[in-house]
Design a protein around this ligand. Structure first.
Ligand code: PEP
Length: 264
């Protein structure tokens, strides 16, 4: 399976000039090192405001584009101030949406019922879903990681149940991935060991397979303080099918170094 290396730019950078500089550096880096990057998919998720600008530069490249969120209220258009719909993303050429990032869960109180609506809206427009799950530090210390992840993953079963058979097969085959991001590892510099992540990914894979056996091949990527100096270790595990990168995605060099580690 080809790995996925995805940069989540969150609410960064602050200016259009900086966004353009970052995307230009990224395109240069990917072009000059293309043979070292062949074996992974590369994707970035700029802020909503910058999607169209970044899309204009990436359109002729192999770098894919994701949105950091999508409306739960409408898949198309309507009176929903501040929202962006799956249809608008599709129209712009944005193929993927990140759904359920821990910052959305924490600051916007997003839970499974809302996430399910977002996933279904994506499905109605053919936008791929990167579903983020992860336990808090308190859950980790209490030994509740798999219980929390199990609850978060029920949305996948509910999602597939509401699609028709053809749509479900399409999502399972090409348009669904899970990002395991322990909340305590995001932006903190603390990372679980590769063995710990591998064990959690095995649990996630088994749970997905219990919903539908063909979910065995769903990419499961890791996120949380991934840097060029630890990427190689994560890339060595067959259970880790890529990474979701926050801070280290804001410098083209470090993001490309991470992608190289996953392209071997
Ligand atoms: C993230 O927010 O998805 C993330 C993984 O951030 P960081 O790499 O900065 O920990």
């Amino acid at each position: 399976m080809k790995s996925w290396v995805i940069g989540n730019w969150k609410l960064n950078p602050a200016s259009l000039n900086e966004v353009q500089a970052l995307v230009d550096d990224l395109v240069d880096g990917v072009n000059t090192q293309s043979s070292a990057l062949e074996a992974c998919h590369i994707m970035v998720a700029p802020s909503l405001l910058h999607l169209a600008k970044v899309d204009a530069t990436l359109r002729s490249t192999r770098i894919k584009l994701a949105c950091q969120d999508v409306s739960a209220l409408s898949a198309t258009s309507g009176a929903y101030t501040g929202d962006v719909s799956a249809e608008q993303l599709q129209d712009l050429g944005v193929q993927w949406a990140i759904i359920g990032h821990s910052e959305r869960r924490q600051y916007f109180n997003e839970q499974n019922a809302i996430l399910l609506k977002k996933m279904l809206n994506c499905a109605s427009q053919g936008v791929g879903v990167i579903l983020c799950i992860g336990e808090s530090e308190a859950d980790f210390e209490a030994g509740s990681t798999t219980q929390v992840l199990g609850e978060q993953l029920t949305v996948v079963a509910d999602f597939l149940q509401q699609l028709d058979a053809v749509e479900a097969d399409d999502y399972i085959a090409h348009k669904l991935m899970i990002a395991y991001e322990p909340v305590w590892a995001i932006g903190t510099g603390k990372v679980p060991s590769v063995e710990e992540v591998t064990t959690v990914h095995q649990f996630i894979r088994e749970r997905l397979q219990s919903f539908n056996s063909t979910l065995a091949a769903t990419p499961i990527i890791y996120g949380g303080s991934v840097k060029p100096d630890n990427a190689q270790d994560f890339a060595a595990s067959e259970q880790i099918n890529g990474v979701l990168v926050g801070g280290a995605a804001l410098k083209a060099d470090s993001f490309i170094d991470i992608a190289k580690a996953f392209s071997k």
